[in-house]
Structure formats: C-alpha cells, structure tokens
Design a protein around this ligand. Structure first.
Ligand SMILES: *Cc1c(COP(=O)(O)O)cnc(C)c1O
Length: 223
C-alpha cells in the first residue's frame, strides 16, 4: 500500500483531537513528501542532524518533533526551528534547550519523557526525580521553554496488560504533574504502530506512528 493510503488508514482510527506524529526517522525525504502531499504536517525524527537536514529540504510549514534521545551538544541544530521536543529526559537537557532558545529569541515547546517501561534500556526520567524537579520550582527560571505535557514508551511485549499498565502509569504521572502547570499542559504523547490503540484507550492525545505509515525503516537513509 502507498504511504498516502496507509496514512488514511491510521487517521481513520484516531478520535478527533488526537495529533498524529508521522515518525519518518531513517526514511528518505521522498516518502515524507508523499505523506505531506496527502496532508500530513507533523513529523517525528530521532536524530538531530537528520532532522535538520530534512528541515532544510522540505516545506517550511512542516511541524517537526524531536522524539529521540537528545545530547546537549546537539540541541543547537534543532532549536531554531523545532516545533516540539518530546524527549526531555534531564534538567541539564532542559536548561540547554532554554539557553539555545533564548539565543534564537524563541520559546520552545517540550514534553518530559518519563521512563515507565520494564526495560532498563529505555530512556526517560525516573518519575520520583521528575516530580522533585518540578515541585522544587526550578522551571520558574527557564523563560524560553514551555512544558506541554509528558511522553513515554511502553514495554516492548505482546502482553497487552503490561502495555496498558505502562500507559495508565504515564497518564497518572501527567495528572499528578498537572497542578504545577496551566492549561498549556495538555499533551499525553503515547502509542506507536504496535500499541497506539491501547494508548488511545488510556487517554493519549498524541500518537507517534512510523512503520505502520512508512513501512520498514530503511537503515541506509538516516545513518
Ligand atoms: C521510532 C519511534 C516511534 C515509531 O515507532 P513505530 O513502531 O515505527 O511506529 C515512536 N516513538 C519513538 C520515541 C520512536 O523512537
């Protein structure tokens, strides 16, 4: 099936108000153009240099989301144009984004990535540490970032009850943090190709879908 038809299949399963991030990492710009031609405007990438290279050659009304682990020394590549950084996993990284954003005269929208999966390897904040950071008031000093919500990745397993548990935990974390923020704290980014229907049942407002739209990732394209 074509990218356009896969895209419309996915879109037909999303409730109104849920944002679809088409995860285009490791896919060539031609495939992104195909999705763009079918009306898609929000794309997700996991590597800063790849994201910047695609930004430069593709239409400027695309809203680019950074969804992968971000090193502080790479922040400068994406801050001038990125629409949402979904993968803020430390205070150090958030401060780096704030600094670069100030240099560009921008306010950059961010999500806290929270570690909820069983695997140690998955990235993200330990929730207790994140809560301590937020409750401690350190955010008040950061004027060039705006926290929009939380993001997370469920355990990679066929056991749907485990996946559901992870998503429920993430939804709880967001609800627990909400009192520290205003109405702009409205985003719960969870769900990928294999598990987004469960994420939607648990209250997801943003799904990040890659392979179901673009097929198998072309490892030659992005590395
Ligand atoms: C790659 C990736 C996705 C998309 O995964 P698919 O299984 O291809 O849908 C979503 N979120 C993050 C953080 C990713 O790295």
């Amino acid at each position: 099936m074509s990218v356009a038809s896969q895209l419309s299949v996915v879109k037909s399963t999303l409730p109104e108000g849920v944002t679809l991030v088409a995860v285009s990492k490791m896919h060539l710009a031609e495939l992104i153009s195909e999705a763009y031609g079918a009306g898609q405007r929000v794309f997700g990438e996991s590597r800063p240099q790849e994201l910047k290279a695609k930004y430069e050659i593709l239409p400027k009304d695309i809203r680019w989301h950074m969804i992968g682990h971000l090193q502080t020394n790479k922040v400068k590549y994406i801050v001038p144009f990125v629409s949402l950084i979904e993968s803020i996993d430390s205070a150090h990284l958030l401060e780096a984004v704030d600094r670069e954003a100030a240099k560009c005269g921008r306010t950059v929208d961010c999500l806290f990535e929270i570690h909820v999966a069983a695997e140690e390897s998955k990235t993200g904040w330990d929730y207790a540490e994140l809560r301590e950071f937020v409750a401690g008031g350190a955010l008040a000093a950061l004027h060039n970032v705006r926290i929009r919500g939380v993001m997370g990745i469920a355990t990679n397993t066929d056991d749907k009850s485990v996946v559901r548990h992870d998503f429920e935990r993430l939804a709880q974390c967001k609800a627990d943090l909400a009192p520290f923020f205003g109405s702009e704290f409205d985003t719960l980014s969870m769900g990928m190709s294999d598990d987004y229907p469960i994420a939607l049942e648990c209250g997801s407002t943003m799904v990040r879908v890659g392979s179901m739209i673009f097929g198998q990732r072309d490892y030659g394209a992005g590395r």
